[in-house]
Structure formats: structure tokens, C-alpha cells
Design a protein around this ligand. Structure first.
Ligand code: PLP
Length: 465
């Protein structure tokens, strides 16, 4: 077997990749024809590929590299932990220092009485845990029929059977027999696409009230929980109208159901507070965490659970856990990540410096002929591409056609910006400087110009009727 290194020609790496590596969320035949981009190293907010291009990472990997790439301290924390105790489990009445320390630190950071952490290896696993946890919670209270979980269309809660079922992605549900039983979806608070001529505030309230209607329709005695991302991420960075969350909170308080905030993206500084729930005024019973918890340096996720839920759950054995629940190396890396976030005042940097700078610069893109909406919250932002801004009209071409062109033009201009249909989204590392935000905007604007020209040449600037 030849040793495969960074120094092999890109085409050889791509050929081996196509021959043996199955990619997530990818049409393999299409990628094999084109060849995957090979990323070889990264530092700060910049990636380097096998051709030597330096690319500004507007997505922090997959919404996760919050403290930026190349932090030696995290490598050291992992190496130290691997030497001391590379693995031990937390089943069978054992524990270890990294899991203890991380759980205690998370409890300190989390608002209210969210004081207990059940660890998982990822956000999807944590949401699978949440499904079992909320059902077991109600069963322990003598109400086993309270097992339905209400979620939202176009939500993203992961890719396992449970996570993808909670999610409201139609394409994902079309494969593999999803959703699993007793998970139902209400409409999303996506005013730009679905608000027609309502004001955002009226629309936000109306969408929130669908939760109350669904509870009434199915019966409160059957509903275990409502789950939602404070701001939908993978669905297209959809920032809800201000009326939405207060009404959701009121409904959850008025009915006997649990509220799960999926903070996998919004947690750990993304919105300018430790948690998105703090930014949006949400009081969840359970929070899902992953991604920014370790800034993506090691896989780890978890559920942060309120005193009340933990107490009920603790009455009997919860027959659930993962080999890597609280993995010591991941936990040590996460702890070091949280230490740096705290000591370097990264949340303050987001709130006082980076987010205000991004908000102003991003909003300026709304004057581009292709941009129907440009919104940001903290360091997550989205653009709605539209051929007819006044009507907020979608393109006549299949959704995502123009968005895909734009993503490719971003890449060609050394910027990672993702497309979700015809929405463009960014979530850069939280350590991004104002100068790099300006560079991001400059490249985005150039990519938008090129997208507009390409769409015009291909006759794609028609609006849907
Ligand atoms: C990414 C994501 C998940 C899934 O996390 P994985 O670590 O990929 O399993 C769940 N919820 C939200 C909101 C996410 O963005």
C-alpha cells in the first residue's frame, strides 16, 4: 500500500477518494466526475487546499470551529489526556475527571436550572437521547401515552433515525422510511418565503400558534415535548420574527409539555451569548449541544437537562448511553476550548465587535440586484437570492439552481459560503476580525456579481409566476 500524503497530486487523491470514501450528503457519481476539493491544513479563519489556495472559511467548517483553526492548546489538551487516560467509560457507576469537569463547567454556563449533562458523541446522538429522555420522563411520571414530539418543517436536528425524524427536511424523510412514529411537524416561522402579505410580527405569532393548535388537535395528554432551533441553521439561517419565541414560550408554559432548544449551532457564542436561548429569551427544559462545544476539534455532544427533568429521570435506570458518552479526550478538548472562549473573551468579541460589524456590512448586500433579503444575528447570516425583490419571488428554475451557482462562484473567489436552496448562509469562526469580515463581504459581493451574470446568460433570472 502506498502511503497517502499531502504531497500526492490532487488528482491522485481525488481518484482514491472517489474509489473508497463515501461522502455524507453527496451524489457520489457526480462528485467522482468532478473530484472533491482536498483541504490539507487550516489556521485561524483560513483553509488551505491541495492546490495551495487559501480560502476564507465563512462556515467555520460545519458551523463548529468557533475558536478558529490551529489552536495548539487544544492539541496539547488532547495529547495530555491521551497519555493520562485515553478512554474509560461512564457506564456501571464509574466516572473520570474530564467528564466531571466538563459537566460542571457546562452547568455553570447554562442558564436557569439546566444543571445536568448527558453526553453523546454528536448532535444527532444527543437528539436521539432527547427522544428517549422525554418519553421516559413522562413514563416515569405515570403518563407513558405522552410520547409525541412536535417539531417543525425545515428544521435540522441531525441525521440518525431519531435526529432526522425530528428534523423536518422533506428530502431526508424521502429516504429510509422516516419519520419514525410519534413525531409531527408544524410550519416554520420563515416570513420571507411563506409570510405572503402578513407583517412579520403577525406571521410569527400565527406560526407559533400552530403549536397550540397541534397540541389541541392531538391532545395535551399525548404530547411529550416541542423541539426547535432558536434560529434554524441548516434550514437557511432563518431568524424568526420577534413575536415568535415569546408566543412559543407562553404556549409551552400554558401546557404540560417540555421544551427542547436545539443549541447545536446557536450554543457557545454564535449569537453573542453563551446560548441562543439567552439571546432569544427562551427557557428550555433541555438543550441539545455539540459543534461549538469543542469547536469541532473532537467529536462530542450532549443534552443539558433541568433539575426537574433530571430528578424524575433519575428515579429508575435509564437504559441508554453510548460507548463514547463523555469520552475523556473529547471532554478534555471541550474544556480547553471553553477555557479559551472565556479567557479570550470571545463571546464579548462576538457581541461587541464582530457581530455589529457583520450586521452593517452584511445588510449592505441587500442593495445587490440578486439579494431580496440580507439578515444576520450574531455571527450567523443569510441572503435570500431573488429575481424579483419587490415580490420576494422565487426563481422559476428549480430551487437551488442559482444558489448552487453562487456557492461555486464563492469557492472560485476563495470564500466558503453555503447555499440552502437559493439562500446563501454564513457562520464564520467567532474569532473573525473586522478586516476579515470586510474581505468576506468583498468576496461575497464579487461572487454575487458573477452569479448574476451567469444566471442572466443561462436565462435563469425569470421569477416563478
Ligand atoms: C449539526 C446539527 C445537528 C446534528 O449534529 P451532528 O453532530 O452532525 O450529529 C443537530 N442539530 C442542529 C441544530 C445542527 O445544526
Amino acid at each position: 500500500m502506498t502511503r497517502i500524503t499531502n504531497h500526492m497530486p490532487t488528482a491522485a487523491l481525488q481518484a482514491l477518494d472517489a474509489a473508497h470514501h463515501m461522502h455524507p450528503f453527496t451524489a457520489a457519481a457526480e462528485l467522482a466526475a468532478k473530484g472533491a476539493r482536498v483541504i490539507t491544513r487550516a489556521s485561524g479563519v483560513r483553509l488551505t487546499d491541495s492546490e495551495g489556495n487559501e480560502i476564507l472559511d465563512g462556515m467555520a467548517g460545519l458551523w463548529c470551529v468557533n475558536i478558529g483553526y490551529g489552536r495548539e492548546e487544544l492539541a496539547e489538551a488532547a495529547a495530555r489526556q491521551m497519555r493520562e487516560l485515553p478512554y474509560y467509560n461512564t457506564f456501571f457507576q464509574t466516572t473520570h475527571v474530564p467528564a466531571i469537569a466538563l459537566a460542571a463547567r457546562i452547568a455553570e454556563l447554562a442558564p436557569g436550572d439546566l444543571n445536568h449533562v448527558f453526553f453523546a458523541g454528536s448532535g444527532s446522538e444527543a437528539n436521539d437521547t432527547n427522544i428517549r429522555m422525554v418519553r421516559q420522563y413522562w413514563a416515569a411520571l405515570g403518563k407513558p401515552e405522552k410520547r409525541v414530539i412536535i417539531s417543525r418543517k425545515n428544521a435540522y436536528h441531525g441525521s440518525t433515525m431519531g435526529g432526522a425524524s425530528l428534523g423536518g427536511m422533506a428530502a431526508m424523510h424521502s429516504q429510509g422510511g422516516l419519520p419514525i412514529a410519534d413525531i409531527v411537524h408544524i410550519d416554520q416561522p420563515h416570513w420571507y418565503a411563506e409570510g405572503s402579505d402578513m407583517t412579520p410580527e403577525d406571521f410569527g405569532r400565527a406560526r407559533a400558534r400552530q403549536l397550540e393548535e397541534k397540541i389541541a388537535e392531538l391532545g395535551e395528554d399525548r404530547i411529550a415535548a416541542f423541539i426547535a432551533e432558536p434560529v434554524q441553521g441548516a434550514g437557511g439561517v432563518i431568524i424568526p420574527p420577534e413575536s415568535y419565541w415569546p408566543e412559543i414560550q407562553r404556549i409551552c408554559d400554558a401546557h404540560d409539555i417540555l421544551l427542547i432548544a436545539d443549541e447545536v449551532i446557536t450554543g457557545f457564542g454564535r449569537t453573542g451569548n453563551w446560548f441562543g436561548s439567552q439571546t432569544l429569551g427562551i427557557r428550555p427544559d433541555i438543550m441539545t449541544i455539540a459543534k461549538g462545544l469543542s469547536s469541532g476539534y473532537a467529536p462530542i455532544g450532549g443534552s443539558i437537562v433541568s433539575d426537574g427533568v433530571a430528578e424524575v429521570l433519575g428515579r429508575d435506570e435509564f437504559y441508554h448511553g453510548y460507548t463514547y458518552s463523555g469520552h475523556p479526550v473529547s471532554a478534555a478538548v471541550a474544556l480547553e476550548n471553553l477555557r479559551i472562549m472565556d479567557e479570550e473573551r470571545i463571546i464579548e468579541h462576538v457581541r461587541d465587535v464582530a457581530a455589529p460589524h457583520l450586521a452593517a456590512a452584511w445588510a449592505s448586500l441587500a442593495d445587490h440586484p440578486l439579494v431580496g433579503e440580507a439578515r444576520s444575528l450574531g455571527l450567523m447570516a443569510s441572503l435570500a437570492l431573488s429575481p424579483d425583490k419587490a415580490r420576494r419571488a422565487p426563481f422559476a428554475a428549480p430551487a437551488g439552481t442559482v444558489g448552487h451557482i453562487c456557492r461555486e462562484r464563492c469557492f472560485a473567489n476563495n470564500l466558503v459560503m453555503r447555499h440552502v436552496g437559493d439562500r446563501m448562509v454564513i457562520a464564520p469562526p467567532l474569532v473573525i476580525t473586522p478586516a476579515d469580515i470586510d474581505l468576506l463581504i468583498e468576496r461575497a459581493r464579487k461572487a454575487l456579481d458573477e452569479t448574476w451574470a451567469a444566471a442572466r446568460d443561462k436565462g435563469l433570472l425569470e421569477a416563478a409566476a
